[in-house]
Design a protein around this ligand. Structure first.
Ligand code: NAP
Ligand code: HSE
Length: 428
C-alpha cells in the first residue's frame, strides 16, 4: 500500500546562496515531519548554481550543476524553487519549466513586480501552481492572507514597513542618534545590508514588494514602474529629532490605496505618530497593516525567515500535487483599475528650511501657502544661526500639486536661504 512515507515529490533549487542554502537545510531537517504534513516526502535532487565546483557547507556536491538542461530535461522533477534572483535567465527558466510541466515556487520580487502578469498567465494556462510568498516580507505570510484568508474583505489600504535593512538603519538613527552613514555601516557589518545596498536604501526593494501586495489586495495589476519611490539617504538625525518633537518617528513606509480616483502606490520616508502600531516595528522587522483592521509582523529578511516562507509554499504545492489540485489559486488580478495622477495624491508635509530672521518672513511664506490652498498646521522656529533661523512647517493634508506649486515660489524667495528637507507626514 502507498503511504505518506513512501510517496516522494522531487524538486530542484535554482540558486544556493543565502536563501537557497537555507531552503536546502530546512527541507532536509524537517523531512520526517513533512511526510505527515503534506502526505509526501520532498527531495531536492538538483541544485543549479553558476559555479558548480565551489564547496558549499551543508550541501552535497553531487547535487550541484551549472547546466540548466539537466533540470529541465529531468521529468522526475515536479517543483522548481527559484532563488537565484534577477530577471534573466530566471524568467526564461520559469516559463520553460512551466511548459515542461513543473510547478513553481519563487522568492524573486524583482521578477514578480515586473513580469508577474506573464508568469501567472502561463501558470494559469497549464493549470500549475505559481507561488511567491517569500517575495514579500520574509516569514510574514502576507500573500496567503491577501489571496485567501482576507479575500472576502474590501481592502482599500495596505501600509507596510517591508524593508528590513532600512528599518534597521532608521531604528539606529532614532534610538541611538546615529547619522545615516554610520547606521548603514553598522547594518553592513552585521550582515543586514547587502554588498550593494542601493535597492534597499533607495526604496526600490520596498517598491517592488508594494507593487506585488497592491496587485493582490486591489485585484488589479500594479507593476514596479507604477510605484513612486523615494529612499532614506537624505534623512538626517536632525529630521528624526524634529519628528520626535512632533510626537512622530520616521519610517520608510509603503502606502497603497484604492481610491475613487484610482490606485496610488508609493514608498517614501514618512513621519508617523509614535502611537501608531507600525511605529513599534523596529530593527530589521517588517510589518504590514491592512485598512486599519489587521497587522502582520515578523522578520522580513535573511536566510531562515525567507527559507521558511519558501518551504511553506513548497509543502502546499507538494500537497496539491498529491491531491491533483494544482492551479487552485492563480492570478487574482481580474480588474483593470486606473492609476491616480501624482498631482492628485494628498498628503501632509514636513518642511525644514533656513530663512532670514527678520520681520515679515513667516508672513510672506504663509501667504504663498495660503494662495496655493495649502493650510499650515504647525510651525517650529529655533536654532538661530547668525542672521538665519531654522523654520519647520507642517501642513494640513493638501494636494501634492498645490504643495509643489507653493514650493516652486518659496524656493525662489529672497528670505529663503535653503529648503533642507521635505518629508511626508502620515495621517489626516
Ligand atoms: P544570493 O546569495 O546572491 O544567491 C544567488 C544564487 O543563485 C547563487 O547560488 C548563485 O550561484 C545562483 N545564481 C545566480 N545567477 C545564476 C545563473 N545565471 N545561473 C545559475 N545560478 C545562478 O541571493 P539570495 O540573497 O539568496 O537571494 C535569492 C533570491 O531571493 C532573490 O530573488 C532575492 O531577491 C530573494 N530574497 C532574498 C532575501 C534575503 O534576505 N537574502 C529575502 C527575500 C527574498 P553561485 O553561488 O554559483 O554564484
Ligand atoms: N534586502 C531586503 C531587506 C531583503 O532588507 O528587507 C529581503 O527582501
Amino acid at each position: 500500500m502507498e503511504t505518506a512515507q513512501n510517496k516522494i515529490v522531487k524538486a530542484a533549487l535554482l540558486g544556493a546562496g543565502t536563501v537557497g542554502s537555507g531552503v536546502y537545510q530546512l527541507v532536509q531537517e524537517r523531512q520526517e515531519d513533512f511526510s505527515h504534513i503534506c502526505g509526501t516526502q520532498i527531495q531536492i535532487t538538483k541544485i543549479l548554481v553558476r559555479d558548480a565546483s565551489k564547496e558549499r557547507e551543508g550541501i552535497p556536491s553531487p547535487l550541484l550543476t551549472d547546466n540548466w538542461n539537466e533540470i529541465i530535461e529531468d521529468d522526475s522533477i515536479s517543483i522548481i524553487i527559484e532563488v537565484m534572483g534577477g530577471i534573466e535567465p530566471a524568467k526564461s527558466y520559469l516559463l520553460e519549466a512551466m511548459k515542461a510541466g513543473k510547478q513553481i515556487v519563487t522568492a524573486n520580487k524583482d521578477l514578480i513586480a515586473e513580469h508577474g502578469h506573464e508568469l501567472l498567465d502561463s501558470a494559469e494556462k497549464y493549470g500549475w501552481d505559481f507561488k511567491f510568498e517569500a517575495a514579500v516580507a520574509g516569514c510574514v505570510p502576507i500573500i496567503q492572507v491577501l489571496k485567501q484568508s482576507m479575500s472576502s474583505e474590501n481592502i482599500t489600504e495596505v501600509m507596510g514597513i517591508v524593508n528590513g535593512t532600512t528599518n534597521f538603519i532608521l531604528t539606529k538613527m532614532t534610538q541611538e542618534g546615529m547619522e545615516f552613514a554610520q547606521a548603514l555601516a553598522l547594518a553592513t557589518e552585521l550582515g543586514y545590508a547587502e554588498a550593494d545596498p542601493t535597492a534597499d536604501i533607495q526604496g526600490l526593494d520596498a517598491g517592488r514588494k508594494m507593487a506585488i501586495m497592491a496587485s493582490i489586495a486591489f485585484n488589479s495589476r500594479v507593476t514596479f514602474d507604477d510605484v513612486i519611490t523615494e529612499g532614506i539617504t537624505q534623512i538626517s538625525a536632525k529630521d528624526i529629532r524634529y519628528a520626535k518633537e512632533l510626537g512622530c518617528v520616521i519610517k520608510l513606509l509603503g502606502v497603497a490605496r484604492n481610491t475613487e480616483n484610482g490606485i496610488e502606490v508609493s514608498v517614501r520616508p514618512m513621519l508617523i505618530p509614535e502611537t501608531h502600531a507600525l511605529a513599534t516595528a523596529n530593527d530589521s522587522f517588517n510589518a504590514v497593516f491592512l485598512t486599519g483592521d489587521a497587522m502582520f509582523y515578523g522578520r522580513g529578511a535573511g536566510e531562515l525567515p525567507t527559507a521558511s516562507a519558501i518551504a511553506g509554499d513548497v509543502f502546499d504545492v507538494a500537497r496539491n500535487i498529491v491531491f491533483e489540485c494544482t492551479g487552485r489559486i492563480g492570478c487574482t488580478c481580474y480588474k483593470q483599475l486606473p492609476l491616480k495622477a501624482a498631482d492628485e495624491m494628498e498628503s501632509r508635509f514636513f518642511l525644514r528650511m533656513h530663512v532670514s530672521d527678520c520681520a515679515g518672513t513667516l508672513a510672506s511664506i504663509a501667504s504663498v501657502f495660503g494662495n496655493n490652498n495649502v493650510s499650515i498646521a504647525q510651525v517650529i522656529q529655533k536654532n538661530k544661526e547668525g542672521e538665519l533661523a531654522e523654520l519647520v512647517v507642517v501642513t494640513s493634508k493638501v494636494k501634492e500639486g498645490n504643495f509643489n506649486d507653493a514650493m516652486m515660489i518659496i524656493e525662489g524667495m529672497s528670505v529663503v536661504q535653503k529648503v533642507s528637507k521635505v518629508i511626508r507626514v502620515y495621517g489626516d
